[in-house]
Design a protein around this ligand. Sequence first.
Ligand code: GAR
Length: 207
Amino acid sequence: MRKHLALFGSGRGSNGEAIYKAIEAGHINGEIVLIISDRPHVGIVEKGRAWHIPVHIVDPANYGIEAAWTQAMLDLLQEYEVEGILLAGYMRILPPTFVQAYRGNILNIHPSLLPAFTGLQAQKQALLKGVKYTGCTVHFVDEGMDTGPIIAQAVVPVYEDDTVDTLSTRILHEEHRIYPEAVRLFCEDALNIVGSRVVIKKQAIIK
Ligand code: GAR
């Protein structure tokens, strides 16, 4: 059975597109059955419509209290029988009750080598700190901000003449490689969470 996946995004949607293409190419035993965005006029929404995938705009500002926003998202996930949630440039912290409902089944990509540079503008934080290497991380989502068990990471060098744009582009290239690969492993049930670590089943080594 192909795993039912929901894509959550707030912006451009390039990671969503990398995953979509990997699915189309037959590399992932899953399908994106639903896209949820908190913003109506962004790339991920346009892409989802072009791919003929149901897109729902769920903006917390329209729900008053957090419990109502949470329930709206949970109702949609139930309707589409979603088993895995992929945050791809989704710029909100999910409520704890939501995370608890799908614990171990929510993945996120972050543009730093976690646990360094959590939160917004991770690439700018890396430049300001003067690190020589940074990168990206795919991890399971827990109640914290960018703190859940790490599934995959890729390292990129930081050059002296880098700007936020050049560094972000170099990191993004790696994001598009490791996120689909992590989703592939997730869809094969090859990722075991053991305490705060992710153990990858031996027959499904990261490519
Ligand atoms: C990506 O660089 C992703 O790592 C980052 O937002 C960008 C979304 O790009 N996510 C975060 O910073 C989450 N804290 P995309 O919409 O083109 O995939």
